[in-house]
Write a protein that binds this ligand. Structure first.
Ligand code: NAD
Ligand code: TYD
Length: 352
């Protein structure tokens, strides 16, 4: 039985990847290593928590000794590394947490993998999950990011992810550690923590609270349904070429303001509220510092070389996502108590 370590498996994307692998690959044993920060939630994994091919390990990737002992004891065959501090606004408020987890944490995992695999790399893989934000910002008419686009990160979050990508490449180039990286655009879907744009706005529509639009709402993001990203990760893990990078995206660019208007339309409709009810909640607030104007992904390489492309049409994924949050108001309530209230007050009341 192959032993696969997935880090950050209690978070948004990680929980979808863990569930996919546990259900699809009964000949793998999936170990989910997660610190359970504010963003990690074992509720996300209820459907597989008792599966015989699944084990949860609570732990911190910044603890080098713990990580090296874990690798020595378990002798993993593969690593899919998603654990990270992931929210740009938090990285602006507290960059050190990002530097520790995203850079030092990744280095600890690379060192531990190298130590147990050195001399017999065959059949082993260290897969690092990264973001399109490492490429920086595009102008309105610029061509989309390719795998050749030079790195130009602007936020502490994207700079820390860029640093970790560079470390992964350095371990491939220097030691021959079998690695692969993918850089994906903005994900949306069930179980996303409501600090990110879409779940935050759904929660606020439900509670008749302001929808904070940064600046003029003209920034553009490419959106991909999270299960499509999990499928892409499955594809890269099994077919990706060592030492390569794959861009993953939805070919689905939206200006923030247009996306919020669409969200209002769908959410009001699903709540049986008259059309346009929540329009009045749109509130333009102070812009994010260093706010990247536009991200767009050219995903030709993963499509032509590995055969992956998104399956879920945006209208379908978007409606499913809104429905999931409305049907799972207990989940939303549970994650928005306590620490979340302090965060929300700090971020938004001070922005007005
Ligand atoms: P998330 O914030 O929802 O989840 C991160 C998980 O990592 C949480 O479960 C958290 O508890 C865990 N974690 C954080 N610090 C840890 C530590 N020190 N040790 C162990 N576990 C720790 O993030 P997400 O949105 O699911 O993103 C997952 C990965 O995908 C990240 O690496 C992120 O950079 C990348 N990514 C995210 C997006 C997106 O749109 N969300 C897009 C592209 C790439
Ligand atoms: P976010 O979900 O934080 O993802 P990222 O910054 O990684 O792209 O933000 C998506 C876009 O929405 C980004 O341009 C910032 C903007 N935004 C708002 O306008 N209001 C908000 O409350 C949030 C959280 C984000």
């Amino acid at each position: 039985m192959k032993k696969i370590l997935i880090t950050g498996g209690a978070g948004f994307i990680g929980s979808h990847v863990v569930k996919l692998f546990v259900n699809k690959y009964v000949d793998y044993h999936v170990f989910n290593l997660d610190k359970l920060t504010y963003a990690g939630n074992l509720e996300n994994l209820k459907s597989i928590e008792n599966s015989p091919n699944y084990t949860f390990i609570k732990g911190d990737i910044t603890d080098g000794l713990f990580i090296s002992q874990l690798f020595e004891n378990q002798q993993f065959d593969g690593v899919i590394h998603l654990a990270a501090e992931s929210h740009v606004d938090r990285s602006i408020a507290d960059p050190m947490a990002f530097i520790h987890t995203n850079i030092v944490g990744t280095a600890n995992l690379l060192n531990a993998a190298l130590k147990i695999w050195e001399g017999h790399f065959e059949g082993k893989l260290f897969y690092h999950i990264s973001t399109d934000e490492v490429y920086g910002s595009l102008g309105e008419n610029d061509a989309a990011f390719t795998e050749q686009t030079p790195y130009c990160p602007h936020s502490p979050y994207s700079a820390s992810k860029a640093a970790s990508d560079h470390l992964v490449r350095a371990y491939y180039d220097t030691y021959g550690l079998p690695t692969v990286i993918s850089n994906c655009s903005n994900n949306y879907g069930p179980y996303q923590f409501p600090e990110k744009l879409l779940p935050l706005c759904i929660n606020n529509i439900l509670n008749n609270k302001p929808l904070p639009v940064y600046g003029k709402g003209l920034n553009v993001r490419d959106w991909l349904y999270v299960k499509d990203h999990a499928d892409a990760i499955d594809c890269v893990f099994h077919a990706g070429e060592k030492g390569q990078t794959y861009n993953i995206g939805g070919n689905n660019e939206w200006r923030n303001i247009d996306l919020i208007e669409k969200l209002i339309e769908i959410t009001d409709n699903q709540l049986n509220r008259p059309k346009g009810t929540s329009q009045k909640l749109i509130t333009f607030v102070k812009d994010r510092a260093g706010h990247d104007l536009r991200y767009a992904i050219n995903a030709k390489k993963i499509h032509t070389q590995l055969g992956w492309c998104p399956k879920v049409a945006f209208d379908e994924g978007f409606a499913l996502t809104v429905k999931w949050y409305l049907d799972n108001s207990d989940w939303l309530k549970n994650v928005t108590t306590g620490e979340y209230q302090n965060y929300y007050n700090k971020m938004y009341l001070e922005r007005k």
